[in-house]
Design a protein around this ligand. Structure first.
Ligand SMILES: *Cc1c(COP(=O)(O)O)cnc(C)c1O
Length: 476
């Protein structure tokens, strides 16, 4: 664009004062002046940038005012809100991963509505610690000597590496150089922690001898990363925790030097989910029993609790973690501790936990029961949607565990399928997400919309889906 045209365009941008005089803006008397001025400035600034980048946006004082007003009002509207998950992905990271059990929700309410025993011990009537609320439970359920929970499992991995391996070496297999959702990559976390990564083996095969040859005076630990979100099949080999334990013991005997065996287990199963057969994830207890010194895992994946990273293992090691400055940096807040303690307590009921913890319940619910719910959704929707708009049917589908757990496992499920005679799957999907009071997340499959009943939590959610669909067909 010629510089003079650009200059002319820039001159058409109104002054902030001018926009503030418009009726759109003066009507916002309940919103703090500074907020509104900021919104107007941002709006003008964004147009200025477009022009400088060669764009020719339409400049209108009224349009700027309208957009600034919309943004100012939107600030007061909830951004983090409930949604209905009809995607069939159970541990859906974008939708908040685990749904908490009612017991956990109640515990959070109790802990936050007033003061709490967060760091107060009623027996000694003196200062207590945050760990007291969950540590004994974690130990009882996993067989660990001690436990510490931090902000999330990424923080746990970072903390373990930095406390035990900073300035030294940590050995990890090339088959376990994983990336979990964008920013969490083993090599990057390793670098940030100050540990030197020693890669061994190849992508598909790592042998015990590879670890053996990599051991040196500099070795602080052997890190094993559970390949959460993928599986290698075919010509592959990995070394078990039990074998790494033996190797570390032999090394200690020969050299007098201790090498830690640490597993980043990711999903953190507390119960062995037999229904998944060979796909079932190893439990935390199994990893410890196999000889890991430390194991860490997420609180909101297979465990079904709040976001947290739980580290379990030998008491002397956990003590070092507890006294590290990072323990303070990464510590849990009271809401999380309340939810974690209550969720863990449900595991004391053994098989009862399968029913009471929503994430686990959705994972193991049998297909016939999901089919019943899908049928109910079909009936409700059929009643509400006038004929001629769509073909509704019950279809078999496959749910996913999500959250990097059970990646290869097809979980048999049932869904309501909507074939569009009027409107389209894309338009309906957009309507359900953007225009419904509780956004509904469905799945587009070819030209149809699928509503997987496995992740629909209640009769109320079935009603909301049926109502949302009916509302969409009123617009076409
Ligand atoms: C999910 C996962 C993490 C990250 O855990 P967050 O709790 O999401 O921080 C780390 N390692 C593995 C193997 C995982 O599966």
């Amino acid at each position: 664009m010629a510089p003079e045209i650009q200059k002319e365009l820039l001159q058409t941008l109104p002054q902030v004062e001018e926009v503030l005089q418009t009726p759109e803006i003066t009507a916002l008397e309940n919103i703090p002046h500074g907020v509104v001025v900021g919104a107007v400035r941002n709006q003008i600034e964004s147009l200025r940038k477009q022009i400088l980048a060669g764009g020719t946006p339409e400049v209108s004082t009224q349009a700027i005012a309208r957009q600034a007003a919309t943004r100012s009002i939107a600030l007061g509207q909830p951004s983090l809100k409930r949604v209905i998950n009809a995607s069939g992905v159970i541990i859906h990271t974008n939708l908040g991963r685990s749904v908490l059990a009612p017991e956990a929700i109640e515990a959070v309410n109790q802990a936050i509505a007033g003061y709490s025993t967060l760091e107060y011990n009623t027996e000694t009537m003196a200062r207590g610690s945050r760990q007291e609320h969950y540590e004994a439970l974690v130990c009882a359920l996993t067989g660990a000597e001690a436990a510490l929970a931090v902000n999330n499992n990424a923080a746990a991995v970072m903390m373990v590496l930095s406390v035990f391996a900073a300035g030294r070496e940590a050995i990890v297999s090339r088959g376990e150089q994983v990336e979990i959702g964008g920013s969490f990559r083993i090599p990057n976390i390793m670098q940030q922690s100050g540990a030197r990564m020693v890669e061994v083996g190849t992508t598909n095969k790592t042998h015990l001898a590879d670890y053996q040859q990599a051991l040196s005076e500099e070795t602080a630990m052997v890190l094993k990363v559970h390949p959460s979100n993928y599986r290698m099949t075919g010509f592959t080999e990995a070394v078990s925790i039990a074998d790494l334990r033996k190797l570390a013991n032999e090394h200690a005997q020969a050299t007098g030097q201790e090498v830690l065996v640490y597993e980043d287990q990711g999903s953190g199963a507390f119960l062995h989910l037999d229904v998944f057969g060979t796909y079932a994830e190893p439990t935390v207890a199994q990893s410890l029993a196999a000889g890991a010194d430390l194991v860490s895992f997420s609180g909101d994946k297979l465990l079904g609790g709040p976001q947290a990273g739980i580290i379990v293992g030998r008491a002397s090691l956990i003590d070092r973690l507890k006294t590290s400055p990072l323990a303070r940096v990464l510590r849990l807040d009271k809401m999380t501790i309340a939810a974690l303690e209550a969720t863990l307590a449900l595991y004391l009921e053994g098989e009862g936990a399968l029913e009471k913890i929503p994430t686990v319940r959705m994972l193991v619910e049998d297909a016939a029961s999901v089919q019943g719910r899908a049928h109910q959704l079909l009936d409700l929707s059929t009643k509400k949607i006038p004929e001629g708009n769509a073909q509704l049917s019950l279809v078999e589908t496959v749910s996913r565990a999500g959250g990097g757990a059970l990646p290869m496992c097809d979980i048999e499920s049932f869904a309501l399928e909507v074939k569009f005679l009027k409107g389209s799957a894309q338009a309906c999907d957009e309507f359900l997400v953007q225009r419904c009071p509780v956004p509904i997340i469905a799945r587009i499959s070819q030209e149809n919309l699928l509503f997987d009943a496995r992740t629909l939590l209640s009769r109320e959610e079935l009603d909301l889906v049926a109502n949302g669909l009916a509302a969409y067909f009123e617009t076409v």
